[in-house]
Design a protein around this ligand. Sequence first.
Ligand SMILES: Cc1cc2nc3c(=O)[nH]c(=O)nc-3n(C[C@H](O)[C@H](O)[C@H](O)COP(=O)(O)OP(=O)(O)OC[C@H]3O[C@@H](n4cnc5c(N)ncnc54)[C@H](O)[C@@H]3O)c2cc1C
Length: 433
Amino acid sequence: MTGVGFITEPERQVPVRYETQVLVVGGGSAGVAAAVAAARNGADVTLVERTNYLGGLATGGLIILLLIMDDGRGSQVIAGLCEETIQRMAARGAAVFPKKEEWGDPDDALVARYRKWGLVNGHGPHAVRYAAAYDAEEMKFAFETMCAEAGMRLLYSVQGCEPIAAGGRIKGVTFQGKNGRFAIAADVVIDTTGDGDIFWAGGCEHASEKVAPWLWFTMGGVKGELDATGAGSRFMRTIGGGHVLLPWGATDRISRMIDATEPEDITFAAVECRKLVMAEVDRLKAEVPGFEDAHLCHIADQLDVTESRRLVGEYVLTREDMDQTFDDTVAVTGHWTKYGSLYDIPYRSLLAKEYSNLLTAGRCISVDHRTHHATKEIPACMATGEAAGTAAAMAAMAGTAAKTLDVRALQARLESKGAIVRATRGIRGPAGL
Ligand SMILES: Cc1cc2nc3c(=O)[nH]c(=O)nc-3n(C[C@H](O)[C@H](O)[C@H](O)COP(=O)(O)OP(=O)(O)OC[C@H]3O[C@@H](n4cnc5c(N)ncnc54)[C@H](O)[C@@H]3O)c2cc1C
């Protein structure tokens, strides 16, 4: 952090604009799942997002691949609100995914077909995964529709600032809008900012990572059936003909890792990544058959950073916990590059140690760096969001602390709403496993 001294801000009164039972800060995939789950469980919910759309990296970051909802052996391990979102987009022709009978099938032709959509990843031998490619604009619409139907207060273009705490409990959070600062009082707060802005500002123990940032982009007017890994780039098919997604943006990386919570680093990365993307567009048009008349369609609005802060909460889920079960499991995820590996995610990994009513969900939950590769994926973010939102609603409605919630009742509630809490392992899979 750079600095040339300090100034003292004048003390001021901050108006409390709303009182709400469940306050969700950050409207990415985890935040939407948390808010919708809380509202469907009867709570009065407020969802606050700093941009003017929902989805976070899953829409604005152009990470338009839901990887993955299965265990790699043909068995589904994530359902609930993630599955519902896929079905809503599919009903509008905006999602592509393998049929149930194809999950776990090692057939080469099937694997090759879904690999072109970016739905099979990692090193082989491979099998078809339950994963989905989708359209970012359609997901924004699906999320807004789900929020509106569930009934909640949605606020865009407002930045969450600091929790206001007393006696180990958060009473509310301050926000900065275009028309000034205000507070929202809440019974339970869920930090789904991805970067853990609220638990960080509240002084919670956390870990931080520096990462290599990317800007994913799409090109249109591409001709022919492209080799999915041609000419040094990996292209992926997208919804709608003639468009391809270029994940990871350019093939070159920028010169250094960045801290995605430092404005200077984010600015450096955004400018450098855009230069690399533009150079890659020129290279593809000049060198790669099929791209001669192609054009740049869209560069991700949000810098694609996998990781920044992670909570160090009531429990830190580690690689050693792979394939272990917990009494307080509230979500399960497979691994997008591995077959047959499962992580049970305990409720304690969503709970801050320092406060009785602060939960987190999505990419900043309490896991170690290696486990984060699995729990950061969009379906897993939605599953932890759904668990956090359901827990928050149950705690707020019962007038109890989220930390002391009856987890068996939470698990039963999640299952009754279609989420998977106890996964059944599949028996299919790639040859040799
Ligand atoms: C390069 C890359 C490739 C990836 N590939 C895949 C993939 O192929 N498939 C897959 O499933 N996953 C993939 N992921 C992971 C996945 O995209 C993210 O981990 C996931 O989308 C995170 O969801 P989230 O809701 O936790 O956070 P985010 O999507 O980051 O959402 C956080 C939201 O909070 C808002 N916000 C932030 N701070 C504040 C604040 N202070 N106040 C108010 N609002 C705030 C943001 O605007 C945003 O909308 C990839 C990630 C990256 C970076």
